[in-house]
Design a binder for this molecule. Structure first.
Ligand SMILES: NC(=O)c1ccc[n+]([C@@H]2O[C@H](COP(=O)([O-])OP(=O)(O)OC[C@H]3O[C@@H](n4cnc5c(N)ncnc54)[C@H](OP(=O)(O)O)[C@@H]3O)[C@@H](O)[C@H]2O)c1
Length: 331
């Protein structure tokens, strides 16, 4: 497996990481724990070194899963997790509010370290910018954790360009984690140039469009009642029907390159910048293998131009998030 450096930080990770969220959270009931432990360890054997989780995934059970699976392989993996949400005071398993106060960040770090069964979090992201806490205080808290040896690298997720700059001035940011794919290209306008200027890596989440860009979902696909995609305007049957054009494009290019739509979607991301690392999520070994093989699909300048001009003719239908969640991004 090829590796990549996240910006100027020196943090080296496999060119494709593994998003662990869907093993416990978001896309229906949690998958079988023993099977996921085996999948995570097989991923390491396949050369994946970069694993993504968060306190809020589950909550907690995804970090526990990652800890149980990967702590025995600690020296072969880079583990990223996230802070910044707060449990519902009613005790319900819903996470509705943000909390990036320094004391909370430090408490979350301690709890995440225990669940992950490790001594240092390799990459600790703020999951969403908290408008009630100046980013300098957030960066200062993570700086303290780095000085104490509890965290190695600082990250942000879905932060706005000014916030990235302010944070980076206090504690260098290693990576920004944003949604980025052929059907969500907003980061190209302002975020990618900012990251390039500052030497910060981009970790691309939902690089397969939450499964849609693989061609395995169409307008007639039904999701489990607990599946988060029920809430997404981009996943209504009408939107899926309209957005099929993007999958068709990936399929056409894939046929020529002897690759699947998922592999083309990932290869396209890898071709954008050498400091971009996609973290597709899967609960299935054959798909993990398929996704990893995207690193050997070479898109030529002609292929990229063709994708660019065909994609420009497609207007993606439906917002990626409901308004309440979208408002938490780009701040
Ligand atoms: N920072 C943030 O706010 C944020 C937000 C969302 C996600 N994330 C992170 O990013 C990671 C990835 O994003 P994501 O899980 O939302 O979306 P994704 O990686 O774009 O897509 C995952 C979905 O695609 C399916 N899939 C994966 N590979 C496939 C293939 N080769 N063919 C067909 N289907 C395939 C998976 O189903 P199966 O399991 O059935 O294969 C799953 O439903 C997450 O695990 C999480 O760690 C971060």
């Amino acid at each position: 497996m090829q590796t990549r450096l996240l910006g100027n930080s020196g943090l080296e990770v496999s060119a494709i990481g593994l998003g662990c969220m869907g093993m416990s959270f978001s896309y229906g009931p949690p998958a079988d724990k023993q099977e996921m432990i085996s999948l995570l360890r097989t991923a390491v054997d396949r050369g994946v070194t970069f694993f993504d989780t968060a306190e809020v995934y589950g909550p907690f059970i995804n970090e526990e899963l990652v800890g149980e699976a990967l702590s025995p392989l600690r020296d072969r993996v880079v583990i990223a997790t996230k802070f910044g949400f707060e449990a519902d005071p009613s005790g319900a398993q819903r996470w509705t509010s943000l909390n990036s106060r320094p004391d909370h960040i430090k408490a979350v770090a301690e709890a995440s370290l225990k669940r992950l069964k490790i001594d240092t979090i390799d990459l600790f992201y703020q999951h969403r910018v908290d408008p009630n806490v100046p980013i300098e205080e957030v960066a200062g808290a993570v700086k303290d954790l780095i000085q104490e040896g509890k965290v190695k690298h600082f990250g942000l997720s879905e932060a706005g360009a000014q916030t990235i700059r302010r944070a980076h001035a206090v504690q260098p940011v290693t990576a920004l984690q944003n949604e980025y794919s052929l059907w969500w290209r907003r980061p190209e306008a302002e975020i990618l140039p900012t990251l390039e200027e500052l030497g910060i890596g981009l970790v691309a989440y939902s690089p397969l469009g939450k499964g849609f860009l693989t061609g395995k979902i169409d307008e007639s696909t039904t999701f489990d009642s607990s599946d988060f995609r029920h809430q997404l305007p981009r996943f209504t049957p009408e939107a899926r029907k309209a957005n099929q054009a993007m999958v068709d494009l990936l399929g056409e290019i894939g046929q020529r390159k002897k690759a699947t739509p998922a592999q083309i979607a990932l290869a396209w991301l890898l071709a954008q910048k050498p400091w971009i690392v996609p973290i597709p999520g899967t609960t299935k070994l054959h798909r993990l293998d398929e996704n990893i093989k995207a690193t050997v699909v070479e898109l030529t300048a002609d292929d990229l131009r063709e994708i660019e001009s065909a994609a420009a003719k497609i207007t993606v239908q439906g917002d990626r998030y409901p308004e309440k969640l979208e408002q938490m991004t780009g701040r």
